[in-house]
Design a protein around this ligand. Structure first.
Ligand SMILES: O=C(O)C1=C[C@@H](OP(=O)(O)O)[C@@H](O)[C@H](O)C1
Ligand SMILES: C=C(OP(=O)(O)O)C(=O)O
Length: 438
């Protein structure tokens, strides 16, 4: 499936984007191994979160929904998971594979996880290594890539793990394995990353101690079912935050957006570029801060993006590169080599696409240098990457010609109603079959 975009779109109105993907994954994982019935509202009905949901159904957990964002999980308790009948296929979802690796390392059955063509290229040694150090038996495919197999029956020991990279997936993997380990498990991260696992574990009544970069928990405890209210995903909101910022006359309000301090890099960076963003109606919902956000068109300027913002905006860089392409002057990103191991190499793929659209975008080892300019139009490829597809769609708001984006099926992993919502706010977008696209 492809996206076809015409120049001249608008960006006005009020919208609520779908539920947070990171929190949706974790709600299923923790709900499944808790005692009692966990209810979830605002669940992301996208393919990635559904991959996690199906994995637990395959391990014998009764889960109802999602229906209008509501999921009911009949927790089986910490030792109640059953061996799945076959491999667990988790599609495009790195979060599913890496967090599940931790949760499954201490079970008494073997399990193999596989993924799609994009996930099959992504590094899994980063989770295999600490799990092995805890006593797990873990096998990866060639070069440390999927499939990922965990052999059952290993007795795990707690670990004091200093993360070599800023990664919430690796941190969460180790903490989830720590639930099944003897003694204490401690993670130390080089920079703050999303802390949804720590917050949600506490919500389920599990004691996690956090002091600066160090998170500590004791193995062997139990989780008690709760109700979880999933906020709208700031990573999905980001497409419209940039869209409204770059689009003349735009005035957009996004409702009920999660503004956890470990996720707000996109707001900080856009404001530093001159963005007109008002965060209001701040409240706390189920242990996560939430707010409404109003974005109006602004004249953006290029900046040197502070490296401390990188983990706080890690999934928002593809669309922030579009903001940089529309800004006056040069934007420089450094310290972001992690972008090369996402669903695609997001530095290279964005540089290629922006260049095809007439923008000077020069990749570096750990970032990119973008000169603001006039976006023309082009046919570009998303390389199986949902965020790349949606970012190029946003570029249409300042383009002079048609933009065609190939390979857009994976937008359904995180934002199944993107086309409908974008069109309702004024973007000139339609979905077309690849066959009709010669
Ligand atoms: O923990 C999570 O839910 C996520 C962590 C990040 O990955 P890394 O830990 O690989 O940076 C992010 O890119 C991903 O979309 C979701
Ligand atoms: C990197 C992402 O997700 P995951 O690692 O779960 O595939 C993302 O959604 O941008």
């Amino acid at each position: 499936m492809e996206f076809l975009l015409q120049p001249g779109g608008q960006m006005r109105g009020t919208a609520r984007v779908p539920g947070d993907k990171s929190i949706s994954h974790r709600s299923i994982m923790l709900g499944a191994i808790a005692d009692g019935i966990t209810t979830v509202d605002g669940f992301l009905e996208g393919e990635d979160a559904l991959s996690t949901l199906k994995a637990f159904q395959a391990m014998g957990v009764q889960i109802e929904g999602p229906e209008n964002g509501r999921v009911v999980i009949h927790g089986v308790g910490r030792d109640g998971l059953k061996a799945p009948a076959g491999d667990l296929y988790v599609g495009n979802s790195g979060t599913s594979m890496r967090l599940l690796a931790g949760l499954l390392a201490g079970q008494n059955f073997d399990v193999t996880m596989t993924g799609d063509v994009s996930l099959s290229k992504r590094p899994m040694e980063r989770v295999a290594a600490p799990l092995r150090a805890m006593g797990a038996v873990v096998e990866t495919g060639e070069g440390g890539r999927p499939p990922l197999t965990l052999r059952g029956g290993s007795k795990l020991q707690g670990i004091d793990y200093v993360l070599p990279m800023a990664s919430a997936q690796v941190k969460s993997c180790v903490l989830l394995a720590g639930l099944y380990a003897e003694g204490q498990t401690r993670t130390t991260e080089p920079a703050p990353t999303r802390d949804h696992s720590e917050r949600m574990l506490r919500g389920f009544g599990y004691d996690v101690h956090v002091a600066g970069p160090v998170a500590t928990l004791q193995g062997g405890g139990r989780l008690s079912a709760v109700h979880i209210d999933v906020p709208a995903d700031i990573s999905s909101a980001a497409f419209f935050m940039v869209a409204a910022s770059i689009c003349p006359n735009a005035d957009l309000t996004l409702e009920h957006v999660g503004i956890n301090p470990t996720r707000v890099g996109v707001i900080n960076i856009l404001r530093a570029m001159g963005g007109d963003i008002t965060v209001f109606n701040e409240r706390e919902v189920g242990g996560e801060p939430v707010a409404d956000i109003r974005i109006r068109h602004a004249k953006l300027k290029g900046i040197n993006i502070p490296e401390d913002q990188v983990p706080l905006a890690i999934d928002e860089f593809p669309v922030l590169f579009v903001a940089a392409a529309c800004a006056e002057g040069r934007t420089v990103l450094t310290g972001a080599e992690e972008l090369r191991v996402k669903e695609s190499d997001r530095i290279q793929v964005m540089a290629d696409g922006l260049q095809a659209m007439g923008i000077s975008a020069v990749p570096t080892e750990d970032g990119i240098v973008i000169e603001g300019g006039q976006i023309t139009g082009a046919t570009v490829n998303s390389h199986h990457d949902h965020r790349i597809a949606m970012s190029f769609a946003v570029a249409s708001l300042r383009a002079t010609k048609t933009i065609r984006i190939q390979d857009c099926d994976n937008v359904a992993t995180s934002f199944p109603n993107f086309v409908e919502l974008a069109a309702s706010l004024g973007m000139q977008i339609e979905q077309v079959d690849a066959e009709s696209a010669s």
